[in-house]
Design a protein around this ligand. Structure first.
Ligand SMILES: N#[N+]C[C@@H]1[C@@H](O)[C@H](O)[C@@H](O)[C@@H]2O[C@H]12
Length: 451
């Protein structure tokens, strides 16, 4: 295929997540989430920003769907807020919560936009955290109940389900580094959470497969990055393999090989972190076949050996390439290489969806009222060319979801990092098309990378 062109039927989309855009955190029966608690804890989020209002999408969803229709997207990836469905995480359901998502899905389908639903995008009901959260095995079973509840009521209208979004980030940033909710710094809790997140995926997958007539496809989304040594010192190469082992293989190996990577299990055992041998039936369930793998790609990781770092004996270093506002290198070649690796080492002919790719830049409204973001257009163009090359090499990428539809609550960075192709004025809630939105609309229309 000509470079930059995409197969007929390629799924073009945009992506968001509930806590980052909805607001209305105490409306219509929604329960508290760990991100409500975390963002309201002083010192956790940039300038004390919270998701209390965010993009007010809960009230503005119809207009936002119209913006998606103007973009011409074929699909919209969004997440359901578990605390809207089960305010306490379990037990009594909240019909008004389900009604919101029914209205959103109806609005999408009226405009010919396919809903791609993420079941968990980090907003665990606080009541479950108080019972142990993801570090507690029972949470995996509560997740499966929540998933089955949605499958039974929405599956007719939802062709794609994603069980978990970035379990690495949930486990490590939420339970080891403490940068994300629930803000724990306990490696053993992090490893228990990682396993229970994968177990929750397996249990939801079982519920989907065994729940009678199901109409859609189900998968999981992982954040994956090439990890490279910052120098040619063998110690740096070993450090890169360790971070690859935790960031990528700790989740890919269970999902596609039915076991945690033995080199990493040995590494952690050597640190006095004797990870419990998970039951084999759980590992078999985690490795049950999925219909697609979701890949979130942003950049690569460069590492050096760092003997003093207690968990991984490594430190991430700044690379030489141009960077986004997040300080992440712009490295589109990494996406092509990642896709090739996945196909050869893990996924084979399993369809892949790029469930997130995008960049933050310091966008501003110009005197002409427009938002000119050439760096984002260049980032997106180069990454789409990388995807196109991977497809030409035989990698079965079936869709691309740009992160994000609109500027939103960027977790611990609050509203200081803008990833949207729509600029959001958070004082007025106005949405302003950035140049990248106009460009992306033309890409979708052409089904090809355009200038
Ligand atoms: N940071 N960053 C942007 C983006 C974040 O906003 C998403 O919620 C996550 O799924 C993933 O980390 C990527």
């Amino acid at each position: 295929m000509t470079e930059g062109r995409f197969p007929e039927g390629f799924l073009w989309g945009v992506a968001t997540a509930a806590y980052q855009i909805e607001g209305a955190v105490a409306e219509d029966g929604r329960g508290e989430s760990i991100w409500d608690r975390f963002s309201h804890t002083p010192g956790k989020v940039y300038q004390g920003h919270t998701g209390d209002v965010a993009c007010d999408h809960y009230h503005r969803y119809r207009a936002d769907v119209e913006e998606m229709a103007r973009l011409g997207v074929g699909a919209y990836r969004f997440s359901v807020a578990w605390p809207r469905i089960f305010p306490q995480g379990r037990g009594q359901a909240n019909p008004k919560g389900l009604d919101f998502y029914r209205r959103l899905i109806d609005a999408l389908r009226e405009r010919g936009i396919v809903p791609v639903v993420t079941l968990y995008h980090w907003d665990l009901p606080q009541a479950l955290q108080e019972r142990g959260g993801w570090a507690h095995r029972d949470t995996a079973y509560r997740f499966a109940d929540y998933a089955a509840y949605l499958f039974d009521r929405l599956d007719e209208a939802v062709p794609y389900w994603i069980t978990q979004n970035e379990p690495f980030v949930v486990a490590i940033l939420g339970h080891v580094t403490g940068e994300h909710a629930p803000g724990l710094q306990d490696p053993m809790a992090g490893f228990r959470a990682a396993h229970h997140l994968l177990l929750s995926h397996a249990l939801a997958l079982q519920a989907y497969r065994e729940g009678g007539r199901r109409h859609g496809r189900i998968g999981i989304t992982l954040n994956l990055s090439p990890v490279e040594p910052a120098g040619d010192d063998p110690e740096d190469e070993a450090a890169a393999r360790r971070l690859d082992g935790l960031l990528n293989r700790w989740f890919l190996d269970p999902l596609f090989r039915g076991a945690y990577p033995s080199d990493m299990v040995a590494h952690f055992a050597g640190l006095g972190l004797p990870l419990p041998e998970p039951p084999q039936e759980e590992m078999r369930a985690i490795a049950a076949p999925i219909d697609f793998l979701g890949v979130n790609y942003y950049s690569r990781q460069l590492v050096r050996h760092e003997p003093g770092e207690p968990l991984m004996a490594m430190r991430q270093v700044e690379g030489p390439l141009p960077k986004t506002a997040m300080g992440w290198e712009v490295y589109p070649e990494g996406l092509r290489r990642l896709l090739e690796r996945l196909r050869h080492e893990y996924t084979g002919e399993l369809p892949i969806l790029i469930t997130e790719n995008g960049a933050a830049f310091d966008d501003a409204v110009s005197p002409d009222g427009a938002v000119h973001d050439p760096a984002r257009v260049a980032y997106l163009r180069d990454h789409l060319l990388a995807v196109s090359r991977a497809i030409d090499d035989g990698v079965p990428v079936r869709g691309y979801f740009l992160w994000s539809l609109m500027d939103n609550f960027e977790w611990a960075h609050g509203y200081s990092k803008r990833f949207g192709v729509l600029y959001v004025d958070f004082d007025t809630q106005a949405r302003i098309w950035k140049d990248s939105a106009h460009w992306y609309r033309r890409v979708i229309e052409a089904n090809a990378v355009v200038d």
